[in-house]
Design a binder for this molecule. Sequence first.
Ligand code: GTR
Length: 434
Amino acid sequence: MFKSQLRRAALIMLAMVYSAAADGPAKSHAGNWSRQRAQRPEEQDVRSKTDRAAQGRTFQPDPDMPAFTLPDPLLGADGRRIGTAEEWKTRRRSEVMELFRKNVYGRVPETSYTKSFKVIHQDPRAMGGAATLKQVQVTLSRGQASLTISVVLFIPNRAPKPVPAFLLICNRGPENFDPTRERKSEFWPAEEAIARGYAIAAFHNEDVDPDKHDGFKDGAHGLLDAAVRPPDAWGSISAWAWGASRVMDYFETDAGLARDKIAVIGHSRGGKAALWTGAQDERFALVVSNESGCTGASLSRRRFQGKESVARINTAFPHWFCETYKTYNGREDALPVDQHMLIALIAPRAVAVGSAEQDLWADPRGEFLSVVHAGPVYRLFGRQALGSAAMPEIGAALHGDGAHYHIREGKHDLTLSDWQSYLDFADKVFGRVK
Ligand code: GTR
């Protein structure tokens, strides 16, 4: 036991030296996943299991793939380079946003609608007195038509208000965010968040737009679309992101929540939506993508066998993105953006990306490299982002200045250990630990 701890400490030090060497005097460090906060035994169980199996292992080398060049986030459409945060904010950011709207996620129609919030159930003694439960209906209406997003929200009772909060765009069934807590799911570990002083909320993505290709008749599209959908009309990922922003509209009215400390999180297709939410809606202070893969955090230009491609995602899920995106099927190099530019749109706010070792479909290294290549935009704001160009070892995390990355062993999923890693980073982002 003692021996293995020593070995781990040596590896952590090595990784720290390596990451510093790779990218200057960054504040990031590997291995803190297992080093920090040893106080809760149930957490240690999860972490030590991961660490035991993975100790010292790094992610596998890249398979063969065609060479590629990433578009430069700092090169403006007029050919001039962006050199300051001010130039990024006033010139380049909106250009990049527009490229993503036009070519990838589509554009939300400007149709006007009204919104209302209704707390339909409240329990100040939920979770054995640890939390207050609120079930909130966010209703968006246009004429006689409306849609309602059902939000489950727990706010910790024994924490000074207002508290930071996590909002999950839940792409699995609502049983994963059971308000009664009879069913508990690692996908949304509410007790864990509450114990750590965070509010935690979730809504089902299908409340906003059912996840099926029905010709955009139902959900938010049915509510807001014009009779003819242009080639850059929004798809379902964009609709879910829009839904997350409407939940944020409610959060801003809830005095228990710190409106400047709200994180949006999603897994896989929910992670794609979380990134697009955070890119557009600057009210989110932290954006978390768990294994979001293709057209989420991973770089589209990395094309290899076994990884999801633009053609494949557009074929399997023709309703997720705008029509124009399909013109890039098999032509990733022609895209005017790549996904590092999506991460860059979040700068200088905090971003966290997590991968799983066996989730090759999502391309873990491609997810890591997106964060690395968003670095130049973070640096305009004086932030280091990850501060390392080397992937952490399996089971470890890099908590940089503005950005986080971890890779754990195992398969495609959002697990308690992923959440613990994001909560650790949130503690840092929100100034809860040094
Ligand atoms: C897959 C899809 C991925 C990812 C995943 C999920 O089938 O190819 O892009 O979104 O579903 O959402 O679990």
